[in-house]
Design a protein around this ligand. Sequence first.
Ligand code: AMP
Ligand code: FES
Ligand code: ZN
Ligand code: ZN
Length: 325
Amino acid sequence: MRCRKCNETAVINMRQHKLALCGEHYVEWFVAQTDRAIEKYKMFSRDERVLVAVSGGKDSLALWDVLLTLGYQADGLYIGLGINDKAPYSDQSLEKTRAFAAQHAQATLHIVDIADTYGKTIPQIAMEKTRGHGKPCSACGLTKRYVMNRLAAEKDYAVLATGHNLDDEVAVLMQNTLRWQTGYLARQAPVLPSTNPHLAKKVKPFCRFYERETATYALVRGIDYIYEECPHAVGNLTNFYKTLLNQLEGQSPGAKLSFYLEFLRARGEGAFEQFNRVDQLHECEVCGQPTTSPGRCAFCRMWEIGQEGESGRAGERETVVGRLQ
Ligand code: AMP
Ligand code: FES
Ligand code: ZN
Ligand code: ZN
């Protein structure tokens, strides 16, 4: 397979775009496509400070890399979840993230270690909350969302970017569609505007890239990332849907992309508008972050912060690596 632009050996053939490219032209294409998505969905401008949530995986490190290449003001946030129970997943992902940050001295990496800040790792708190039965994924999701929002608010980032790719988005879309979860469908978008001064705008600049495209970008750019996924995610429902959708894609190239883009078109035309509830937000009485529940937010309740005898704001510990230019 030859590059469409220069006839060199291609590193990737994208059947859905009928496009094969060599390493150099692929990087050029990928960066330009990202910038186009940022503009098309009005994600952010070069004047805004963006906080990229980096997990040490290919998607989020590639995203940070592209945003810096494009000259956006992008800093990183790594959340140390303490998932080292089955495999040294968190330790290794921190190592990869630090190594990337060390090569990009113009950007800052914020690190929030959950055990240092809140006293327990994610597997420990999950074990407690489920009395040893459940998976840590929901405690993990709640904690990650909270820490991302809180750090963005405290450090004045207007925008929070995650590395979700098309495969992630389509798997969630499929799950929500099969159950007609209209409220979730109404809120699934490349951009979620800020609804409160303490909640940054959420953006997913890679939402139109297939997973193999972000992986190819990371490989061609020589980004060292953690290959393994979280050991607790193995065999979960999202991965089951990803496998199903890959079978569909194999038979019908472009099926995933068109499922997603046609959904966005229908959503843009207001198909789900009536299900888009506007939540009444209050300040959590302990940490001050916006919440729908009166009193303490779900995070403070789960971590039992602000119980009788305890006071003060949740979570103040943070490590900063690197510096802003
Ligand atoms: P996941 O939920 O693991 O599929 O990750 C989705 C996105 O969330 C990633 O692309 C990152 O942007 C972000 N993310 C996941 N884990 C972390 C972490 N430990 N620290 C910071 N961001 C994360
Ligand atoms: Fe959170 Fe796996 S449980 S990343
Ligand atoms: Zn080429
Ligand atoms: Zn709270």
